[in-house]
Design a protein around this ligand. Structure first.
Ligand SMILES: [Zn+2]
Length: 376
């Protein structure tokens, strides 16, 4: 478990390494960046080195032995590292939404975990964090999907973030730094991770998942440099749905509400397919619905981005075999596409806030129509 496993995030890794070298790792950190670019990987490596009995120095990638900037990594051999790798280190804690299913209070267990709520944060983080580390060295808490912490959970957490017990480290993972309240952000060191290069994502999909190269390029583009998301999309067999999304976009260019309804039908079909995938998710129909809606919206976004590329004389990145996109681009303008892309981003936020599907896809249909309506 080496920091060099975290690819294409040099700035973030170096920031953490500098803090490790001078022995001043902040006790509250926000790692922010798009989904699936290595936040959790980086958080785990930081936690591992903080808990390791004998961290060792290794030269950074591309610098030889004897480099003055040696990186500190967990040794991989001590008891702490063994426990960590086995997923059973008593001082490493992952905090996530559905921990409510393990809460002692039955009423809380029964709740749908749309947010990361205050009850979970109190029981699994705030209350136990002050206790001494079981193995004496440190305690590390990684809050995944910290952008789902609701306001009361964040407010409850403020005091802990402000004065974390000396042995404890809190690492919050957030898909966007802005998703957290300013009061939370100001108490944490912000470390930003970047989208991964599309070429790297496409190559990984081909090598690790056996995806065909053209499909890999499409998925890399679709997911905006998020390898985790691209892998998920490839497993969801999204590609067979793509032509239908294009047809719905063409339909919405002529009739926004009819096109919007086509998109909703696609969302519903995809959500049904997801159902078999994951037992945990199947219990939460709204989560499946949201996932399908985000997926369809992301395909719509690639049409917009490729239309923009074509307009400035660049080749399309995702829809290379799609003449419809070129036709749509010819009947649009950069400013119309720009304002429609902003509307799509707003629609995505509404999906994540569990907004009304009908209203959201009406607005998506209108955004498509605004951008691509013929004869404007
Ligand atoms: Zn170790």
């Amino acid at each position: 478990m080496l920091f060099s496993d975290v690819m294409h995030q040099d700035a973030a890794v170096r920031q953490i390494q500098r803090a490790l070298r001078v022995g001043r790792v902040p006790h509250a950190i926000v790692l922010s960046g798009p989904e699936g670019v290595g936040k959790e990987m980086l958080a785990e490596r930081l936690a591992a080195v903080l808990l390791c009995a004998e961290p060792r120095e290794t030269p950074p990638p591309e610098e030889g032995a004897g480099s003055p900037n040696a990186w500190l990594n967990a040794c991989g051999r001590c008891t702490d590292c063994e426990l960590f790798s086995a997923g059973s280190h008593p001082d490493f804690h992952r905090i996530y939404r559905t921990l409510n299913k393990l809460h002692p209070d039955k009423a809380i267990r029964k709740r749908k975990a749309i947010d990361l709520g205050v009850d979970v944060i109190r029981h699994f983080l705030i209350d136990p964090i002050g206790l001494r580390p079981a193995r004496g060295r440190a305690k590390a808490y990684v809050v995944v999907e910290a952008d789902r912490l609701n306001d009361s959970a964040q407010n409850a957490l403020l005091k802990t973030l402000e004065e974390p017990p000396g042995h404890s480290y809190l690492i919050l993972l957030s898909s966007s730094g802005d998703a957290l309240l300013p009061t939370t952000r100001s108490r944490c060191r912000q470390i930003q991770l970047r989208p991964l290069p599309a070429d790297f994502v496409a190559r990984r999909l081909v090598e690790k998942c056996g995806v065909q190269p053209a499909a890999a390029r499409f998925l890399a583009e679709l997911t905006n440099g998020s390898l985790g998301l691209a892998i998920q999309r490839s497993e969801e067999d999204l590609l067979k749905r793509v032509p239908a999304v294009f047809r719905a976009v063409e339909h919405a260019a002529k009739d926004p509400f009819a096109g919007g309804r086509d998109l909703i039908e696609l969302c519903d079909e995809i959500a049904k397919e997801f159902k078999g995938d994951s037992e945990a998710l199947a219990a939460d129909k709204t989560a499946l619905g949201r996932r399908a809606q985000c997926l369809v919206l992301s395909v719509v976004s690639t049409v917009f981005r490729d239309a923009l590329r074509l307009m400035v004389g660049r080749p399309p990145a995702a829809c290379e075999n799609e003449p419809a996109v070129a036709a749509l681009a010819r009947q649009s303008s950069i400013s119309r596409i720009g304002s429609s892309i902003r509307q799509l981003a707003a629609a995505e936020r509404q999906i994540n806030q569990n907004g009304n599907k009908g209203l959201i896809f009406d607005s998506v249909g209108i955004a498509i129509n605004h951008a691509f309506r013929p004869g404007v």
